[in-house]
Design a protein around this ligand. Structure first.
Ligand SMILES: NC(=O)C1=CN([C@@H]2O[C@H](COP(=O)(O)OP(=O)(O)OC[C@H]3O[C@@H](n4cnc5c(N)ncnc54)[C@H](O)[C@@H]3O)[C@@H](O)[C@H]2O)C=CC1
Ligand SMILES: O=C(O)C(=O)COP(=O)(O)O
Length: 319
């Protein structure tokens, strides 16, 4: 009989790299991994974790009423950064610690953002499909070099995006509630959101989803976007008004949009999916072999600390 039970709902935890699971087992934990290959439903979390001491989560929605039914829980450890899907307040009120894994996947998300930007700027998806189908059609794209990029949320990932943008000699605009010294060192010019939207050729979103950022790009903000801009969303879909986004892609305000994130994951088919100037990926921004190991080990550092009765390194508190 193991001393503790740890349930992971995070799709990739323990699947790509076994080291974090081994560490938990050696510490005396029974570890249950995600058998579904998708986020857990609320009922599944309760079924699997009602007798668990620790829950390691991906992007699963973990509301307060679910947390309340997991009576033994001591920690909810996010296998990643964003904790918007967890009711942190209720967890804290119940004495359950919530942690995340900051900085473990930032370079990877920035890589994806730039990859998606390339795909849209040069029409790579269509070019690949056409060439494989024997069609010799050359898309005439737009250059990235010397353009203006607007980074909304200049934290760890936003700064990694800025670092890449310097290699393209881009003019880099940033919007954030605080100034990041690393970003300033990279030449990021902080501006208001309205100015960023009206000047940027490329817009990349890197804000956390909070009460303050929910729908931050609403219909009024879409009216300010420079015509023909490209928008990349590897942050959270709820930052954007879906209808305004769709209309902007139809009327040419946006030349293209790429997203890694959805209101519900996996998403149902959305009208957006039928547009040729939209590129979709299945929430893979933070996932590579290397980052998976970092995220897993950081989640486990936090779980083991709590099970030992120590303060974990990456506590998340509500404002
Ligand atoms: N697609 C994916 O797989 C991944 C997505 N993410 C998403 O990216 C987000 C950002 O991640 P990091 O850069 O690591 O987080 P971070 O905490 O380092 O950076 C967030 C930045 O947003 C700023 N911010 C917060 N509230 C704001 C507001 N109301 N107005 C303006 N600025 C505000 C903060 O000051 C900070 O500079 C995560 O919260 C998560 O939602 C993170 C990792 C992987
Ligand atoms: O680190 C984050 O916030 C992420 O979005 C990572 O994605 P996941 O939670 O692993 O689906």
């Amino acid at each position: 009989m193991k001393k503790w039970k740890v349930v992971s709902t995070a799709v990739t935890f323990g699947k790509i790299n076994k080291e974090p699971v081994k560490r938990l087992e050696e510490f005396g934990c029974e570890v249950v991994l995600n058998p579904f290959g998708r986020p857990f439903t609320n009922e599944e979390i309760i079924r699997y974790a009602s007798d668990a001491d620790a829950l390691i989560v991906g992007n699963d929605k973990v509301p307060g009423d679910v947390i309340k039914k997991c009576k033994r829980l001591k920690i909810i450890a996010k296998h990643g950064v964003g904790v918007d899907s967890i009711d942190v307040k209720t967890a804290n009120q119940l004495g359950i610690v919530v942690t995340n894994a900051p900085g473990t996947n930032s370079e990877e998300v920035a890589d994806l953002a730039f990859g998606l930007l390339h795909m849209l700027a040069r029409g790579l998806y269509q070019a690949n499909t056409d060439t494989k189908n024997g069609k010799w059609i050359k898309p005439v794209g737009i250059s990235l070099s010397k353009k203006t990029i607007g980074i909304i949320g200049v934290g760890t990932i936003g700064t990694a995006v800025a670092k890449r943008a310097t290699g393209y000699d881009m003019n880099i605009l940033g919007y954030d509630i605080k100034k990041n010294p690393l970003a300033l060192g990279l030449g990021v010019k902080y501006v208001g959101l309205d100015e960023l939207l009206s000047e940027a050729d490329f817009i990349s979103l890197h804000l956390p989803l909070t009460n303050d950022t929910l729908n931050i790009l609403n219909a009024d903000k879409f009216k300010l976007i420079k015509k023909g801009a490209i928008m990349i969303n590897t942050a959270r879909s709820q930052l954007i008004d879906n209808e305004a986004l769709y209309n902007s892609l139809i009327d040419g305000t946006l030349k293209g949009y790429a997203t890694d994130v959805y209101d519900f994951e996996p998403p149902m088919h959305l009208p957006l999916f039928d547009l040729p100037n939209v590129i979709l990926t299945p929430h893979i921004g933070g996932t590579t072999v290397e980052s998976n190991k970092r995220m897993g080990n950081t989640a486990v550092d936090n779980v083991i600390a709590v099970l030992k009765g120590e303060t974990p390194p990456n506590i998340v508190l509500v404002d």
